[in-house]
Design a protein around this ligand. Structure first.
Ligand SMILES: Nc1ncnc2c1ncn2[C@@H]1O[C@H](COP(=O)(O)OP(=O)(O)OP(=O)(O)O)[C@@H](O)[C@H]1O
Ligand SMILES: C[C@@](O)(CCO)CC(=O)[O-]
Ligand SMILES: [Mg+2]
Length: 303
């Protein structure tokens, strides 16, 4: 029996624009998905979503990973169990974490010796296949851990401040939100194009600010990013009220994280303000997760 885990993530800047090749800065957080595999005669996938075989309705990401391993290796079956602290479909990279943890678990079970870069690449291919369009960001950061700049795949300094997540508990599908932005861009390219370019500029400026620990400026740029994300239709009233509650109660900055349209917002704050920001988000109706950046990417938990 082998158990592997991978972390969730929050975006400081750049979700959606990164799908169009713009830069993004993304940070792994200390909330993890665990995948346990043992050899079996047939394929069984068990999670909070149900128990299935290969099933692209219920378990699309894991099914795609297992099909991929059928192409590169041979195995009769596998008993695969998922347990996760990352809320599903909420902008914290649950799909990337389950994909990458499954790849590492199958790699370890079949003794294939994949490198981390191979795992991130396979994870990206799986997200592209299932979502239609996907950037390499989520699968790369949850493979490598830390704070990463995409598309350069460059590690930045780990951020050392409070990270407070507020979950609206409204499910949102990344595939659907990415599709909505694509439609808007098709209809109004002269407006949406420059917005996506501006989002990309935030990461160009943000790289040094992150490395220098200038979280006041990082927070200001996160607030600008939120305005631009709202402009392309991926915010909503519930996210907005959590985002403003955080800003009014001591956050450096706050914004949607991930696909938006529901799911989670993220705030960064001085450590001494974490409690007041968390309480404000909770009072505004959000489910709060206080977390930290983590350098620990995908890993074997036990073997
Ligand atoms: N613990 C889990 N068990 C089984 N499947 C999961 C699990 N976590 C995520 N998934 C799969 O990932 C899908 C959600 O992925 P989606 O990309 O829409 O959201 P997300 O990854 O949480 O958010 P984002 O991509 O914005 O960070 C689920 O519908 C399911 O197919
Ligand atoms: C919305 C998006 O930019 C982030 C999802 O976490 C999609 C992607 O990068 O694949
Ligand atoms: Mg996802």
């Amino acid at each position: 029996m082998i158990t592997c885990s991978a972390p969730g993530k929050v975006y400081l800047f750049g979700e959606h624009a990164v799908v169009y090749g713009e830069p993004a800065i993304c940070c792994a957080v200390d909330i993890r998905t665990r995948v346990t595999v043992s050899p079996a005669d047939t394929i069984t996938i068990s999670s909070s979503l149900g128990t299935t075989g290969i099933d692209f309705e219920v378990h699309p990401y894991v099914s795609a990973v297992l099909e991929r391993f059928r192409e590169i290796s041979s195995f009769d079956g596998v008993d695969l169990r998922i347990s996760s602290d990352i809320p599903v479909g909420s902008g914290l990279g649950s799909s990337a974490a389950v994909t990458v943890a499954t790849i590492k678990a199958m790699d370890t079970l079949l003794d294939l010796g994949l490198e981390l870069d191979d795992i991130a690449k396979m994870g990206h291919e799986v997200e592209q296949k299932i979502q239609g369009a996907a950037s390499p960001t989520d699968t790369y950061v949850c493979t490598m851990g830390g704070v990463v700049l995409i598309p350069q795949r460059k590690k930045l300094e780990l951020i050392d401040c409070g990270i407070i997540i507020g979950n609206t508990n409204m499910f949102s599908s990344t595939k659907e939100l990415v599709g909505n932005v694509a439609d808007l861009n098709k209809r109004f390219p002269d407006v949406v194009g420059p917005v996506l370019l501006s989002i990309g500029k935030l990461s160009v400026i943000g790289e040094d600010l992150v490395n220098n620990g200038d979280y006041v400026s990082v927070g200001e740029l996160m607030n600008i990013d939120q305005g631009l994300l709202d402009a392309i239709g991926v915010s909503c009233a519930e996210l907005g009220s959590l985002i403003y509650a955080a800003r009014e109660n001591g956050a450096y900055g706050s914004k949607i994280t991930g696909a938006g349209g529901g799911g989670c917002m993220v705030a960064i704050s001085p450590r001494e303000n974490v409690d007041s920001v968390a309480e404000a988000i909770s009072m505004a109706g959000g489910e709060v997760v206080v977390t930290n950046a983590t350098d620990v990417g995908v890993k074997v938990e036990c073997q």
